[in-house]
Design a protein around this ligand. Structure first.
Ligand code: SF4
Length: 317
């Protein structure tokens, strides 16, 4: 059985021009210890999906859908059903390590506070802080430092330690390598992979960087305009993408061997405060056929863990 399942999640926000439907019928499963990536451009709904899974969106934003943990819907009862699971079962590493830490409190005090809020004593908190800092590769005496006394990579390690304070089974990592140089990016991704292997931790990583995905995750879901348009094993996503948007994302990823010219994706994603008719990628798609303008393609199960929402794939399938 899946540890965590997201089912037909719909998220909308009221805006002056009408409702912005930011997440549209998103579904995916996560097995214990599995690592899955949500990939796509800014504004495609990745982070909103994660915040919905944590129950951190404003009241009423989740229009419908379920987040099932061990088969039970933790969204159904509102804050009272989510609270026992937040941080203890599902924790999140927020984007931007400096913003995720309180700048005027020492790192150790912030971890101790997380442990105490969830029922531990101050002494438990202090010993857990030492354990956690060592687990993420920081010296235990960094507990006495303020966030501004750490480098970008050290801060990201401290944020990961904070997220692990209550021994969650699922870690949601929102762009965990943003604003880090490539060497530190590799160190953070390696750390997350090792933590996942050692602790049996399931990970959902949100990223716009397709090149990063195979280094951490086994499966990926590509999102566009609030919907998942393709899911597959990471190797298939990168080497044999099925959806035209995924193919353009791969082409827009630098090829270090220099065998493939770098290209960009022309146009912009559609406005999500308007009704989308047809395939949302149609105005940017060089493969579009007539039906793409009028009929939205369903996310079709292609077998072997693959799915794709494109009329051309329907024909092949
Ligand atoms: Fe392109 Fe049509 Fe496929 Fe959409 S359904 S990705 S427009 S070919």
């Amino acid at each position: 059985m899946s540890l965590l399942s997201v089912r037909d999640l719909e998220v909308g926000f009221d805006a002056p021009a009408g409702e912005v439907r930011a997440v549209r019928s998103v579904s995916f499963d996560l097995a214990p210890g599995e690592r899955v990536a949500l990939v796509g451009e800014s504004g495609c709904g990745k982070t909103t999906t994660m915040l919905a899974m944590m129950g951190l969106l404003p009241a009423g934003a989740v229009v419908s859908g379920q987040v099932l943990l061990d088969g039970r819907d933790i969204l159904a009862g509102g804050e009272s059903s989510m609270r026992p699971h937040r941080w203890t079962d599902i924790a999140m590493v927020f984007q931007g390590a400096m913003n995720a830490l309180n700048p005027v409190r020492r790192v150790g005090a912030q971890i101790v506070e997380a442990v105490r809020i969830h029922g531990g004593s101050r002494r438990d908190g202090r010993s857990r802080t030492r354990e956690l800092l060592e687990l993420v590769g920081l010296p235990a005496d960094f507990a006495a430092r303020y966030p501004h006394e750490l480098s970008g990579g050290q801060r990201q390690r401290a944020v990961i330690a904070l997220a692990l304070a209550c021994e969650p089974r699922v870690l949601l990592a929102d762009e965990p390598t943003t604003a880090l140089d490539v060497i530190v990016q590799d160190q953070i991704v390696t750390l997350l992979r090792e933590l996942s292997d050692t602790l049996g931790l399931a990970v959902v990583m949100v990223t716009h960087d397709l090149a990063l995905v195979p280094h951490l995750c086994e499966r990926a879901a590509v999102m566009y305009a609030g919907s998942i348009v393709e899911t597959a094993a990471c190797a298939d996503i990168v080497q044999r993408p099925a959806h035209p948007y995924t193919r353009r994302l791969v082409d827009a990823t630098p090829d270090l061997a220099g065998l493939r010219p770098l290209s960009s994706i022309p146009g912009v994603p559609p406005r999500l405060d308007q009704v989308l008719s047809g395939c949302p990628f149609q105005p940017r798609c060089t493969d579009a056929v007539e039906s793409c303008e009028t009929t939205a393609p369903p996310l079709l199960d292609l077998g072997a863990g693959r799915s794709c929402a494109c009329h051309l794939t329907e024909v092949v399938a």
